[in-house]
Design a protein around this ligand. Structure first.
Ligand SMILES: CC(C)C[C@H](NC(=O)C[C@H](N)C(=O)O)C(=O)O
Length: 309
């Protein structure tokens, strides 16, 4: 039996307030625990990453699903992708408006169509055909995100730090008892984005990648930067070249910073059950479950370890 591991992230961020930090921590732990339980019951890595990301899409603290940031028109447009490292099958959706869980739609694209990627209206039509309930767009708009958009529009042009732009993209990577790896990533993108803007999250090789022979990775950060360097596949390239997961993450994040001044974060696992969580943003909420233990943190140098129930 292979060791089962799941790692989740809740985006890159800075200066999270104290009580929000607690809610973020709880959400991340809840998602990692849900994913780990799926693995423990013999579920696949794909089931586990979809399950963990669904928990985070349903949590308004995170920038995905019902907590998604708003575009310039005050609307939610979400991106998501998922990949199975067993056969490199992949599914992605972009600019979807009216589904509660874009990651479920991405999985359906992967498993029920001959394609990898559906967008906008075609994705919406496919969701309806698959019986995914449509939710009214307004239902995904939270008070906090209305305020955040107003603030962003008001401050436009003024000097502002990256954390204002977006917060709480979510992702998961896992390895199951059969040695298969998978990733899932989901986001509302960046606040005040142009309608129709597509980020890194749904793009295979940028928002994530999974290959049993190398490992699985999910990314967060400035989408345009991540796209330019193909952050996910670049990191796994370093792993293929013999680097450890941590070394590979440091190299690719360092490259993105020096080359295009982009910050972000990554989580990784491989078939051997090694895992890593690394970031160049000020902080990144993350949690990893392995051998009945839960490791978690938000800020640099912070790791809490507890026993899982
Ligand atoms: C400033 C960064 C680190 C915040 C981070 N943003 C994303 O991951 C955005 C997503 N990759 C995109 O571009 O659509 C977050 O949401 O936590």
């Amino acid at each position: 039996m292979n060791p089962t591991v799941i790692v989740v992230h809740g985006g890159g961020a800075s200066n999270i307030s104290k009580d929000r930090k607690e809610r973020v921590r709880q959400g991340i732990v809840r998602a990692a625990t849900a994913g780990y339980n799926i693995l423990k019951e013999g579920g696949s890595a794909v089931d586990a990453v979809e399950g963990a990301v669904t928990v985070l899409e349903d949590d308004p603290e995170f920038n995905a699903g019902c907590g998604s940031v708003l575009n310039e028109n005050g609307e939610v447009e979400m991106d998501a992708s998922i990949m199975n490292g067993k056969d490199l099958s992949a599914g992605a959706v972009s600019a979807v408006r009216c589904v509660a869980n874009p990651i479920k739609l991405a999985r359906l694209v992967m498993e029920k169509t001959p394609h990898c990627f559906l967008t906008d209206q075609g994705a919406a039509k496919f969701a309806a055909a698959m019986g995914l309930p449509a939710v009214p767009g307004e239902q995904l708009v939270t008070e906090r995100n209305v305020k955040r958009l107003e603030k962003e529009k008001h401050e436009k042009g003024a000097q502002k730090s990256d954390h204002q732009k977006s917060l709480g993209t979510v992702g998961a990577v896992a390895v199951d008892c059969r040695g298969n790896v998978a990733y899932a990533t989901s986001t509302g993108g960046i606040v005040n984005k142009l309608a129709g803007r597509v980020g890194d999250t749904p793009c295979i090789g940028s928002g994530g990648y999974a290959d049993n022979d190398i490992g699985a990775i999910s990314t967060t950060g400035h989408g345009e930067s991540i796209l330019k360097v193909n952050l996910a596949r670049l990191t796994l390239f370093h792993v293929e070249q013999g680097k450890t997961l941590e070394e590979a993450a440091d190299m690719s994040l360092g490259y993105m910073k020096s080359k295009v001044k982009g910050v972000g974060g990554v989580i990784l696992v491989n078939q051997a059950g090694d895992w890593a969580a690394k970031w160049t943003s000020t902080s990144m909420p993350w949690a990893a479950a392995k051998d009945g233990r839960l490791h978690s943190g938000i800020d640099l140098g912070e790791t809490n370890v507890t026993d899982l129930p």
